[in-house]
Design a binder for this molecule. Structure first.
Ligand code: ZN
Length: 381
């Protein structure tokens, strides 16, 4: 391939996870930057005292603290651009080294889509189970489907619940055995719960896991042995375990696909930040879409407990439905795609760049090109 070949493929330089991530990216993806100092000292005190406080006081204190959390410098909230910038820099370097103005790569999403979006729900208790239907109804209206994560031994799950969801083309996921937030606190506890989690994954025919309260540990997560996990936020200063993997694209923990949670959770949006519109979801989605990422939302039917809140969800789905270039799929489909994509790369053929590796025909070539010092990615259909 000549250095001036304008169709030079980017190979592994596009940052696709077929190649090992550079050590610098793993620092973020595995949250290693958070090992010291990133955990709040005040938050555990707040959670310990919370049951003793009247509800109004709880909320006032939590909001006061949230105002401080949202100003956190790293990972920045609501957007942390470090990995987006790292990818842009690698693509630019590739162009400069080859003296070309564009490079070919495997498109991030199937069939030339610009971004992907998934809707997920964690069911926290019986009230959530009661409110499944109105949420499904809204999604149905927009032609969307979703995943529903249940805690296995925390509350009774009425017979027929899974069947009803599957009939609506939704998928079931495991949201832990109990919701006490201690799964990753010690190796002993993790080892105790793991076989049960795997039993429920099998029994429920579930492909994915969402950790209770999004507690997580990068070193252990691959041991779940399922297709995907979705417990790492890209950035979230508000959850009991704050931090984030800084990625708006899926990535691999060994054979397991991680689908990062890329929008602020409904409870934070409604209760802690006191928002009455989906403005924050729409704005962040705009940035994710511009950078070809995955819009991955958690809502809880437990908190979508009024017509106003359901209308807010409806309004956000209307925004997604009206945005072109999006691939809407179940989390398990997105994970299957990503696992397959991670084994593909782009190579120069006699007719131009071609995709190498086994795929189902949905992978397409995309072009990264430089425009005014910014890298833009153009998807071919
Ligand atoms: Zn939960």
């Amino acid at each position: 391939m000549s250095v001036s070949d304008p169709s030079a493929p980017a190979g592994d330089l596009d940052g696709h996870p077929g190649a090992p991530h550079p050590p610098a990216a793993e620092l973020y993806l595995h949250e290693r930057y958070a090992i010291s100092g990133a955990r709040s000292r005040l938050l555990p005190v707040y959670y310990a005292l919370k049951p003793l406080m009247p509800r109004g006081m709880q909320l006032r204190l939590r909001r006061l603290y949230a105002a401080r959390q949202r100003r956190r410098r790293f990972p920045a909230w609501p957007m942390e651009p470090v990995l987006v910038q790292m990818r842009q820099a690698r693509l630019l370097r590739c162009m400069h080294e080859r003296g070309v103005s564009r490079v070919a790569m495997v498109n991030d999403w199937p069939q030339g889509h610009r971004f992907a979006f998934t809707l997920t729900h964690d069911v926290e208790g019986p009230a959530g189970i009661e409110r499944i239907e109105p949420v499904l109804e809204i999604e149905r209206r927009h032609g969307f489907v979703s995943s529903w994560n249940f805690v296995a031994e925390e509350y009774p799950i009425p017979r027929g619940t899974f069947e009803r969801l599957r009939a609506a083309e939704c998928e079931i996921g495991v949201h832990g055995i109990t919701h006490d937030g201690k799964l990753f606190q010690s190796r002993a506890r993790f080892a105790h719960d793991l076989p049960k989690i795997q039993d429920y994954l099998r029994e429920w025919d579930a492909a994915g896991f969402r950790s209770p309260a999004t507690h997580r540990r990068a070193e252990w997560i691959h041991e779940l042995g399922c297709l995907y996990d979705s417990s790492f936020p890209d950035t979230d200063p508000f959850e009991p375990q704050s931090g984030g993997c800084c990625s708006i694209l899926p990535f691999m923990f060994g054979e397991l696909v991680e689908l990062p949670i890329t929008l602020v959770q409904d409870h934070t949006l409604l209760e802690i930040l006191g928002e009455h519109t989906p403005r924050l979801w729409v704005e962040k989605s705009g940035w994710i879409i511009a950078n070809h990422g995955l819009v991955n939302l958690i809502t809880h039917p437990d908190y979508l407990d009024s017509p106003q809140r359901l209308a807010l969800y409806d309004e956000f789905l209307a925004f997604l439905a009206a945005t072109s270039g999006g691939w809407h799929a179940l989390p398990r489909e997105v994970a299957q795609w990503w696992r397959m994509r991670s084994r593909l790369h782009c190579e120069q053929g006699p007719e131009g760049p071609r995709i190498v590796g086994e795929h189902d025909g949905r992978a397409t070539v995309a072009w990264a090109m430089q425009r005014d010092h910014v890298v833009e990615i153009e998807c071919e259909p």
